[in-house]
Design a binder for this molecule. Sequence first.
Ligand code: SAH
Length: 403
Amino acid sequence: MPPTPEATDARPQVRPATEGWQQKVGEDGRPLLQFASPRRGKPPVHWADLSVEDRVAKVAALALPAFRARQLSTHYFTHYTADPAEMTDLPAARRDELVGAMLPPLLTEVRRLTTDNGDTIKFLWRLFDGALVESVLMRYPGRVTLCVSSQAGCGMNCPFCATGQNGLTRNMSSAEIVDQVVAANRALARGELGGKDADETTPERVSNIVFMGMGEPLANYRRVVDAVRTMVTPQPDGLGMRARGVTVSTVGLVPAIDKLAAEQLPVTFALSLHAPDDELRDELIPVNSRWKVDDALDAARNYFEVTGRRVSIEYALIKDMNDHAWRADLLAEKLNARGRGWVHVNPIPLNPTPGSIWTASEPHVQDEFVRRLNAAGVPTTLRDTRGKEIDGACGQLAAADED
Ligand code: SAH
């Protein structure tokens, strides 16, 4: 008889439900999820919300020639400025009017926290309606990554995630998403991110974006995709980034994953799986009540087939909950059943959130989890947890304004 899963790994099985976590349920008895953005006022329309044609039309409506649109785009997308005083190539008499109409302020910096050696900055932003969101800027050797928010709050209700505990406030607009990158580039240009090599002379800008801040990007599909298009459009009409440098991470909204695959936008795709078995994932990721582990993995595999881009599986290792050796084996089996060379796994030790009853797996357990996947032929690397000390690590973004 084959050994039972438990026999190969004698550690206990902790479950969200037995630890006091109570799943909120809707009127239909299913886990409560907020897919629709609550009705609230919309942020002002901004240059970064518009197509190139619409920008020209808006400028024309102010009786200005089309080349003024290009100048304004250059200021915003190439020089990262929204300050009329810096726009000396625009007619002085029209500058304030033009900037006021096209580049309304979207993000007000409330606070920033920096790590000791300065290579990570967490920004807390206030939006026009008082909603708070965060982004995290991180320097790594050879790249600068910005973790952006796509919603104020989140409706996916994952029990281990700080953002998930506070519900969805509203969707962010495309420009609110893009402006986080522009603001980060502005900070970089001013030399505000530390950790730079002494011999580094290339101008600094954000090279990688991860949609791993607040929110479920695929629940705000249209605005996120529009924001990504603006990020990858060449300067001066967009930020001129590489699509493969942009990672869209999702809890597993299967129809939206299929739609993203068909966008002709070869961004990197990441699936937050966190458990290979429905029994546990039903509790850990409430959206699993709609789309099961196999549905999500099939959609991830399809993303690879359509785009040719290798996908990542995210897996927060939680002590005695999802870190058992048999789960590493089951994950490898499910991934290999869908082919080879299409996926890699990125486990990350859980960042305990305030008041959390769960904690990260022990290092030797993490190592064993990684080892088993690699041994089964699934490339697996443990992700670092940057920004932990400033509550800037994955899942810690709660945007509490204690001041
Ligand atoms: N909603 C999207 C993106 C936001 S979170 C998603 O679910 O993918 C980005 C990643 O951080 C996800 O993989 C999420 O599961 C993970 N995460 C959330 N809380 C975490 C925590 N406390 N520790 C480690 N990772 C966490």
